[in-house]
Design a protein around this ligand. Structure first.
Ligand code: 13P
Ligand code: SF4
Length: 308
């Protein structure tokens, strides 16, 4: 009798599929992926895929990005309900009005947004290239930044650029408790604090190192420290622990005291749903071509600037 993993491996061979996974996926999903990465690395990997099928183990905007940059491939998202609170905080109609109210501004959108919002943007950024992207905007241009107000505030500090911010946030990163963080820091005084820039400023103020999921993972490996407090979705700890089995990683509870800062959207993808997606070639990401081409422009610019 074929095991689940054997079935998955047979199907991925038969379908000529590549499985891409974000670091916030369940560890068992991360372990069957052909490639893992942060949002930028996943977009770059998706662009290069020459297999017939991409199974995207992440959230909807990431799978859409894969389809935008590599449209001839079948892109499967194992659970179509895998959305993102940050992307949902910028509905296309409201974003259009906001942009129209600031006609002389250059629009930079965080990749955590819909294809429609990307299509209305001049440039896209991720947490790993955001400084480089903002620095690339001509100095005489005023900037609109959406949808993450916390990443926006962090970038204002980092780049010195004044930006008008959309009022959006990620429900996972907004939920960390400052009080619990202080308690954990007091109990683990030698631990280095690593944070994702989607965290609010009151949390980021405690961070020794701020970066994208990939940057946090890399830093945890290279740092001489042996204890770390992790202020992002705890899925990243799986890779951190694999790279440094002897080090200690501590996640921080949310405001309600529970240690449950898992992203509810990311965690919707399961091994069973990946198998079903490969069997049925559903659910697929479909994007209307005119819209795709509009969204591709700022994404291509981002990919180009990221190479510099
Ligand atoms: P990165 O992996 O690019 O740091 O993004 C984190 C995130 O919020 C994904 O939804
Ligand atoms: Fe969206 Fe936050 Fe989940 Fe990332 S962690 S997918 S930003 S809700």
């Amino acid at each position: 009798m074929e095991s689940k993993i054997e079935k998955l491996n047979r199907l991925r061979r038969e379908r000529n599929a590549v499985i891409l996974a974000h670091y916030y996926q369940d560890p068992e999903v991360q372990d069957i992926a052909d490639f893992k990465g942060d949002s930028l690395a996943l977009a770059q990997a998706a662009e290069k895929v020459d297999a017939d099928v991409i199974v995207f183990c992440g959230v909807h905007f990431m799978a859409e990005t894969a389809k935008i940059v590599n449209p001839s491939k079948i892109v499967l998202l194992p659970d179509m309900e895998a959305g993102c609170s940050l992307a949902d905080s910028a509905p296309a109609d409201k974003f259009r009005e906001w942009k129209a109210a600031h006609p002389d501004h250059f629009v930079v959108s965080y990749i955590n947004c819909s294809t429609e919002v990307k299509a209305m943007s001049d440039l896209i950024c991720t947490s790993s290239n955001a400084k480089k992207i903002i620095d690339s905007v001509p100095k005489d241009k005023k900037i609109l930044f959406a949808p993450d107000k916390y990443l926006g505030r962090y970038l204002i500090k980092l780049t010195g650029r004044d930006m008008v911010l959309w009022d959006g946030s990620c429900q996972v990163h907004e939920f960390f408790s400052e009080l619990e963080l202080i308690k954990i820091m007091n109990g683990n005084p030698k631990a280095e604090v690593l944070a994702h820039p989607e965290c609010p400023d009151n949390i980021l103020n405690y961070a020794d190192f701020v970066g994208s999921t990939s940057a946090l993972i890399k830093h945890s490996k290279e740092s001489p420290n042996t204890e770390f407090i992790i202020l992002t979705e705890p899925g990243v700890i799986h890779e951190m622990q694999k790279l440094s089995p002897q080090k200690k990683f501590i996640s921080v509870p949310g405001m309600d005291g529970c240690n449950c800062n898992n992203c509810p959207f990311m965690r919707l993808n399961t091994i069973d749903k990946i198998i079903a997606a490969l069997e049925n070639l559903e659910p697929q990401i479909i994007i209307e071509e005119e819209l795709r081409l509009k969204a591709l422009e700022p994404l291509e610019k981002m990919l180009e600037i990221s190479k510099r």
